[in-house]
Design a protein around this ligand. Sequence first.
Ligand SMILES: C[C@@H](CO)C(=O)SCCNC(=O)CCNC(=O)[C@H](O)C(C)(C)COP(=O)(O)OP(=O)(O)OC[C@H]1O[C@@H](n2cnc3c(N)ncnc32)[C@H](O)[C@@H]1OP(=O)(O)O
Length: 258
Amino acid sequence: MAHYDTLSLTVDDDRIAQLTLDRPEALNALNSAMMAEFAAALVEATQSGARALILTGKGRAFAAGADIAEMRDRTFGSMSDANHLALWERLADLPIPTIGAINGFALGGGCEIAMMCDILIAGESASFGLPEITLGIIPGIGGTQRLTRIVGKAQAMDLILTGRRIDADEARRLGLISRVVVDGEVVEQAQVIARQIAGSSARAVRAAKECVLRADQSSLSEGLLFERRWFHSLFAFDDQTEGMTAFLEKRPARFADA
Ligand SMILES: C[C@@H](CO)C(=O)SCCNC(=O)CCNC(=O)[C@H](O)C(C)(C)COP(=O)(O)OP(=O)(O)OC[C@H]1O[C@@H](n2cnc3c(N)ncnc32)[C@H](O)[C@@H]1OP(=O)(O)O
């Protein structure tokens, strides 16, 4: 793995990649150096053959948002010419499942990156919010769009216009995250989920991810057709025969790429 200054990337023997944001002294504030390294690390993780990626933060935050010190003196020209913050979107395009393991603060851009993950689990004392309004700006890493799709207009307006923070239980009630776990066990629990995914058929996992994501972006009839076509196509591969044979022979399936 390459050396990074603002994050670390590991890939273990089970082909689980873990990307850890690593600027704990600034609560993992997302600066330009981290954004460039993040994009490079995603490429490296994918090329390593990883079957799932865990994203977490070092210290008492997942990430407390974009780096305010770095942004304060920026101008409209420098922000728009550089299409600032656009690189973070690469996470949403990753072909393998992503699991956000949220410890502590996930605010502003931290919350927005978390919402890009496919599966999101958080420690009991994690907190989420989009406080950009208090800085005289709005979310810039997809926060208004993703939050509205996830929780609906009224809740999104409430959270974005007031900038208030919510705890892990409220985030789960609203649908932002899927599981709340004991603080300190977030990464461990994410690894359990990642191993389960890595032991499944790689093609079926990819198909499932593409279909679920399609649900957000297409009409129901297009989504249903997309799902059915993927379903049919999985019968072209050995994993389907192996999965069904294993069930009938009452043994665990042994998928080729697991
Ligand atoms: C543009 C959009 C993306 O769409 C954004 O993300 S804008 C940023 C939105 N985020 C915020 O507004 C959160 C800012 N941070 C806080 O409100 C607080 O730090 C806190 C998360 C509530 C934690 O407060 P606490 O009192 O526990 O800790 P400190 O405030 O002393 O923070 C420690 C240390 O980290 C620095 N820091 C925290 N967040 C950021 C940030 N977003 N950018 C830059 N630096 C940040 C903070 O300045 C402290 O540094 P120190 O004074 O110790 O040098």
